[in-house]
Design a protein around this ligand. Sequence first.
Ligand SMILES: [Zn+2]
Length: 273
Amino acid sequence: MKPTLKSLRKPTFSRSSRGDEAGSVGAGLLTSAATAGRTPLILAVGAHPDDIEFGCGGVIARETQAGHAAHFVVCSLGESGTNGTPRQRLAEAKKAAALLGATIEFVDLGGDAHMEPRLAHTLKLARIIRRLRPRIVLAPTTVENQHPDHVVVGQTVRHACRLARYGGVAELKKLPRRVIEHLMFYAVTVEAEPRDRQPILVDVSAPAVVAAWTAAMEAHASQQATRRYAEFHLARAKVHGMRAGLDHAIQLFPADPIVCESLAALGGAARTF
Ligand SMILES: [Zn+2]
């Protein structure tokens, strides 16, 4: 039988114990001490161990290298995938997160390729938002694409952000409510990029950012056997960067209109290079 999040979980592990051991996974449990006491700028959620790295790893590197904290929530061990065992996928995800300067935890949302919209899952993610109190949450786009889990996780995160802010949700009352500033979607694949929505382009051109992102994608060595994903996503960022006169850029899709105090505070636009 393939190991799952449940079977990999150490029976003695508790919320108060922290460490980076391979077995220290489980719903709502930190796998690194680095977020302890630090409010992350970014909470990034992925359905599978490589989603965040492939979809927006450069954005994470850009922000952590600027001194901002980032935390990953991964909702499966990729146990239904063709290549890589759950133990390998877990180790790869931890290595990749470390390369991006992020902390990581794993939650069980029903298992790889078994994810469905459920209130219990929304509440689970809402609790994490309340516990970590991020300013920005990143989630997979809700555009239909090759993996059904991506859509489910994107929708579940969107609902979780909403429930995290409601003061009257009985199941969440143990934790103070949290109003995040931005929910933004990232596209795990080209097929998941929304066609009816303008993205914001995040400049990830700095050599140190590209290097960390590349290393993090290559850390998912078991998945490179399926496709040369690192090269593929770097090429995607190259195209989006060239749209704006940059070397590399990653698209993010804000869930809601971005508010600015003044037009003078706006950055450049892709058309103006
Ligand atoms: Zn995925």
